[in-house]
Design a protein around this ligand. Sequence first.
Ligand SMILES: [Zn+2]
Length: 302
Amino acid sequence: MFLKHRSEPLELRIMRYLYLRMRLSSKEVNRYFNLVKGYIGEQKFDVWLESLSNGWIILNDLLLEINNTIFQIDSLLFSERSIYLIEVKNFEGDFYIENERWYTLAGKEIKNPLDQLDKNESLLRQLLQELGISASIKPYLIFVNPDFHLYQASMNLPIIYPTQLNRFFKRLNEEPPFLEREQLKIAEKLMSLHLKDNPYSRIPFYNYDQLKKGTFCYSCHSFDVELLGNKIVCNKCYCHEDVEAAILRIVEEITILFKDQKITTNVVQEWCGVIGSKKTIRRVLMKNFRQMSHGMHSYYIK
Ligand SMILES: [Zn+2]
């Protein structure tokens, strides 16, 4: 049972908008693609989670804080006896371990993902202690990409490889799942402590004028789209979207990028590009939002 689902991280959404609408440094572009890859990996893992029996409580994507340290957990699974702390990685290619350090096959050292798992385990333990909860934590680093291989790893590391996922979940399903209300209470407590905004997300500086305006295709993200009747049609991938859906998507994007920006017909028109008709935009806004004041100074809120 999913007590908390995963949704696309805000940081990833903002980075996508910026990637499409401004020039990012190569470092920022790398960071964006790493976020995309990480999220795809987590979604792959969620498909596996769905195979767990209903008795399991699942908390996905938690942001917690203890002693002024914020930490993010990909998944927590509650069984009768233990809490599984899961860190998901979507690494691709060949890697090796030497003296507890991790390298790509080309010899470039990378951050040891087990360090992060250790740190998260310690922080979660401290948090549970502070809450007066005693529970055994089982940490696992899970690799979901079938094109991943790790050389020279010792057998007793808390790692699950793609080829072991099937058996890992089979084993979990054989464990007695949580039955006690106590476990549910712990999960609900942790969920209530979830922080909404990650103050450490690294978003590059941007401003309103600097961003390229226009509608991009919802599927392939190309700006090469045109308006045909009441559809936005992509000239790259040929998929189409209702104008209303496209306008609502753009309004959402504006409010995510600029929290204080008033949603007016003019602003939305500026961002919509090919959907040039003020009449259409006003109709969609009036249908989906509440109009505040009238005439020149009218704007819309949810
Ligand atoms: Zn497209």
